[in-house]
Design a protein around this ligand. Structure first.
Ligand code: CP
Length: 304
């Protein structure tokens, strides 16, 4: 593939290659000298039109570990505030000889749009409620690391599926690798089309947790929420919140994941998020190696 715009454009063999490359980079970043010189001749711009902590810093670190030159752009401190368009913004940045653009944007399809109008490799770091491909890759990579493989595993995605780009990218990635996927949440936060993707729906949290090997718990996205969709924070926590009691009563130990940021005490208790069942910080650690792999593989296609 020419860009990383979404998991839906990838094949299973692309994911295999990304993971094998990430295995190598994970070993590299655990060495005393955490860098390789591979991309000394590549310049990367990180364009964030929406807030981010993990994705922005993880991409920047991945790029620096590969020895690329890095520039960072935050829309809130830029001339976007004076009315400059997305294409003008990006073309001005590309005029400074940039090879790869990593972009997070609030609009669905922003990465695809950009890839058709500018001459650079585009990596989607999250486009509205649509896709967040590197999050799904690092999630699957973390499952593979913890359980040996993704194939045949039962993965539950819990929570606000409707507003979640993490959910959609995870569904595509997990199915490509042969996992079974179920979603659980209030019916108001589960899109109608989900069953057409081959995903099962379970609205009873206990039953859903009894079924799964891994529960990926999503943040309730208050910022994208129309009040009519939401029961109430208290009701949500009562019906869909993951706590120690519900996990202890399962009779098996499932793996707990969360893409972050966490609403502690809403979709997950601190006791669970910080427990040894949780691989939340392993996900963050793996994000750097996975993003190094994605950037490295795309950079191999740039003529130089
Ligand atoms: N998981 C994730 O995308 O986190 P940020 O919004 O902090 O980048």
């Amino acid at each position: 593939v020419e860009h990383l715009l979404g998991i839906k454009y990838l094949k299973a063999t692309d994911i295999d290659l990304i993971f094998k490359t990430a295995d190598h980079f994970k070993e590299v970043i655990n060495r005393p000298i955490k860098k390789v010189p591979s991309l000394r001749d590549i310049t990367i711009a990180n364009l964030f039109f929406e807030n981010s902590t993990r994705t922005k810093l993880s991409f920047e670190l991945a790029e620096k570990r590969l020895s690329a030159d890095v520039i960072n752009f935050s829309a809130s401190q830029s001339s976007v505030k004076k009315g400059e368009t997305l294409i003008d913004t990006v073309n001005n940045i590309l005029a400074m000889k940039v090879d790869i653009v990593v972009m997070r944007h609030g609009n669905v399809g922003a990465g695809v749009f950009l890839s058709k109008h500018v001459n650079a490799k585009i990596i989607n770091a999250g486009d509205g409620t649509h896709e967040h491909p590197t999050q799904a890759l690092l999630d699957s990579y973390s499952i593979r690391e913890k359980l040996g493989s993704v194939k045949g595993k039962k993965i539950l995605i819990v929570g606000d599926i409707l507003h979640s780009r993490v959910a959609l990218s995870n569904i595509f990635a997990l199915q490509l690798q042969g996992a079974e996927v179920k979603v659980c949440g209030p019916t108001t936060l589960i899109p109608k089309y989900i069953t057409s993707l081959g995903v099962q729906v379970e609205t009873n949290l206990k039953k859903a947790l009894e079924w799964c090997d891994v529960a990926n718990v999503l943040r309730v996205q208050h910022e994208r929420m129309d009040i009519k969709y939401f029961p109430s924070t208290r009701e949500y926590t009562q019906l869909f919140g993951i706590n120690k009691e519900i996990l202890d009563n399962l009779g098996k130990k499932i793996v707990i994941m969360h893409p972050g940021p966490i609403n502690r005490g809403v979709e997950i208790t601190s006791e669970v998020a910080d427990s040894n069942q949780s691989i939340i910080l392993n996900q963050v650690e793996n994000g750097v190696a996975v993003r190094m792999a994605v950037i490295y593989l795309l950079a191999q296609q740039i003529k130089r």
